[in-house]
Design a protein around this ligand. Structure first.
Ligand code: GLN
Length: 291
């Protein structure tokens, strides 16, 4: 793009090129690029449509647009995503936090209501969205965030520092429940949480290019039927919960009943419940350990 152009001219051209690249809602996307790169709000954009941009602004916008045209997710381009009202640093080391995952934080808060100094685990924490949101919301909570991906764990650690909760969060590398065992947390947790990989292996490549080509496969691929994590972890996870404690896991669309059934079979004494997200999709399966 020519460098000396107005905000409005850039907006129109960006919209046209995003449309050509197959990006849905190109107008809104062009607006987001402008707002996030120029650090302005929607009102400013409308008032300053005829303002000629400075060279530095044009360059920053051109490079952001090129990345978006390669279908890189906006969160990676601008380097952050909002989750639970908080700002999480976001880059290709970890999955971008999704709005539907906020339900898992809500469920955890319900389960922990009235509990002083709860101890919580977030298994496969990624950028830290679930565990760190809880640490921020409950000032007395202690949180163990685990990850099989060392780069993701490093990102979560940075987010903990930026959110001011690093002193109450323990970051542990390892698969599934291994880090909890190493910490001797048997019967020690009030709640275990996870948004594990749950996409069927064969479906990962057919997801939108933003996901399939840019987000870490290890955070998405849940095995042939998407249920590998639950099959490994459901039968063993409540041993880390205190009596009356609980585990709650996000599931993919259409998976809730299969996961609930896994739980009923592995622990007939647990109280199994399913919660729907704002779109009405059964999204969280939880099990409360008998007290
Ligand atoms: N919700 C993600 C998606 O849109 C999947 C995340 C996951 O596997 N936990 O594909």
């Amino acid at each position: 793009m020519r460098s000396r152009r107005t905000v409005g001219e850039w907006w129109q051209e960006a919209q046209r090129r995003l449309e050509q690249a197959g990006v849905a809602d190109a107008q809104a996307e062009a607006s987001w690029l402008l707002r996030l790169v120029l650090r302005v709000d929607a009102g400013w954009l409308h008032v300053h449509r005829d303002q000629v941009m400075e060279a530095g602004q044009s360059e920053a916008l051109a490079s952001a647009l090129e990345r978006r045209l390669r279908r890189e997710p906006l969160a990676y381009i601008v380097g952050f995503e909002e989750f639970y009202g908080l700002r999480f640093r976001s880059d290709p080391r970890a999955l971008i936090p999704r709005p539907e995952t906020e339900l898992l934080v809500d469920v955890a808060l319900e389960l922990l209501r009235g509990q002083a100094g709860p101890v919580v685990a977030d298994i496969g924490t990624g950028c830290g969205a679930i565990g760190l949101s809880l640490a921020r919301t409950i000032p007395t909570a202690r949180v163990v965030c685990t990850e099989i991906s060392a780069p993701a764990l490093e990102l979560a650690r940075q987010n903990a520092v930026e959110l001011g909760v690093a002193d109450r969060v323990d970051f542990r590398w390892g698969p599934d429940l291994d880090p909890l065992r190493e910490l001797a947390l048997e019967s020690g947790l009030h709640v275990l949480l996870s948004n594990p990989p749950y996409v069927r292996s064969a479906e990962v490549d057919s997801l939108e290019p933003e996901i399939a080509h840019h987000e870490p496969r290890v955070a998405l691929d849940g095995g042939p039927d998407g249920l590998d994590f639950y099959r490994r972890v459901v039968p063993r996870c409540l041993q880390f919960a205190r009596p009356g404690g609980a585990a709650a896991f996000e599931v993919g669309a259409g998976q809730a009943e299969a996961v609930a059934e896994l739980w009923r079979r592995s622990d007939p004494t647990a109280d199994i419940r399913i919660r729907r997200d704002l779109a009405g999709v059964p999204r969280v399966v939880l099990a409360v350990k008998s007290s």
